[in-house]
Ligand binder design. Structure first.
Ligand code: C2E
Ligand code: CA
Ligand code: CA
Ligand code: CA
Length: 280
């Protein structure tokens, strides 16, 4: 029993060591990923369901690790947040996504094409976030009206007054603000009144069971009604089936994003989608 116990301990111990090593390797290579140009941005269209046109794309970060292959942002974004690397990475994403969008506007004659970029909570601690965004817009020549910054409810709720001030400054510049994963965070609805919000994004978890769960249908309906009542745009995320699309159309949700229309694709593939500029 004693030796078994020891074995168990050893196994447990080496398992932890292995995971720690893995994390260390990941963290270490994350430091060099930017300069080694291992990041790319994929783009997922938001479709206006009544016209079939693509008014906006969401920029989604991808990391091609030399040994580990493609690593999901769900895995490395939290690490980038912990280490503070998200500040430099986030700026890189913003600059590249804005430049790409400006290029598409000119190349394809789509002057009002917009780009949505995710902002993490940690980026609000950066002293010059507003100046950084302003500088990127100036450098790339993208109109502020064509940029939307996505923040989650938990980001908005962190240092509420401070975050609100920064979002207000960005909004005054002409940049749009959207609340990502709406309905999943811990928050009070009162912030909708005080924050300069333009768009609510209905989280994928509600859309997923929309057609089978009366609860999720009720929540989705309520979010759409809320958005319309507050004069906000509303986007349904993670639309995968015709049934979901049809129900959302009945509920008057005009913007949709999901695998039914397109996955997040490379800039080259996105160019092709935009050239055609019509999805269903
Ligand atoms: P998110 O902002 O909620 O992005 C939506 C995620 O859902 C994306 O995953 C997208 O590929 C996926 N998705 C879209 N449509 C569907 C669908 O129909 N079905 C399913 N099952 N999934 C769908 P992705 O690209 O893996 O990104 C995961 C998360 O990583 C993002 O969630 C966002 O929170 C974070 N992230 C990605 N890029 C960035 C970035 O540049 N900066 C920051 N701070 N976070 C990022
Ligand atoms: Ca997002
Ligand atoms: Ca989301
Ligand atoms: Ca999400």
């Amino acid at each position: 029993a004693k030796s078994k116990g020891r074995n168990c301990y050893l196994f447990y111990n080496s398992d932890i060591t292995l995971r720690t090593t893995e994390l260390f390797v990941l963290e270490n290579s994350l430091y060099y990923a930017l300069e080694k140009q291992e990041f790319t941005i994929h783009y997922q269209p938001q479709v206006n369901i009544t016209t079939g046109k693509i008014p906006k794309m969401e920029a989604l970060l991808r990391w091609q690790h030399p040994e580990l292959g493609l690593i999901s942002p769900a895995k490395f974004i939290p690490l980038a947040e912990e280490t503070g690397l998200i500040v430099a990475i986030g700026e890189w994403v913003l600059r590249n996504a804005c430049a790409q969008t400006k290029y598409w506007q000119k190349l394809l004659g789509l002057p009002s094409l917009s780009i949505a970029v995710n902002l993490s909570a940690r980026q609000f601690q950066q002293i010059n976030l507003v100046e950084m965004v302003q500088q990127v817009l100036t450098e790339t020549g993208l109109a502020p009206e064509c940029l939307e910054l996505e923040v989650t409810e938990s980001t908005a709720m962190k240092n509420m007054e401070f975050t609100k001030d920064i979002l207000t400054e960005l909004h005054q510049m002409g940049v749009s603000i959207s609340i990502d994963d709406f309905g999943t965070g811990y928050s009070s609805l009162s912030y909708l009144k005080n924050f300069p919000i333009d768009t609510l994004k209905i989280d994928r978890s509600f859309v997923q069971d929309l057609t089978t769960s009366t609860h999720d249908a009720a929540i989705t309906t309520a979010i759409i009604t809320l958005a319309h009542g507050l004069n906000l745009a509303v986007v349904a995320e993670g639309v995968e089936t015709e049934e979901q699309r049809n129900l959302l159309l009945v509920l008057k949700c005009e913007l949709m994003q999901g695998y039914l229309f397109s996955r997040a694709v490379s800039a080259e593939e996105a160019t092709r989608l935009l050239k055609y500029n019509k999805l269903r």
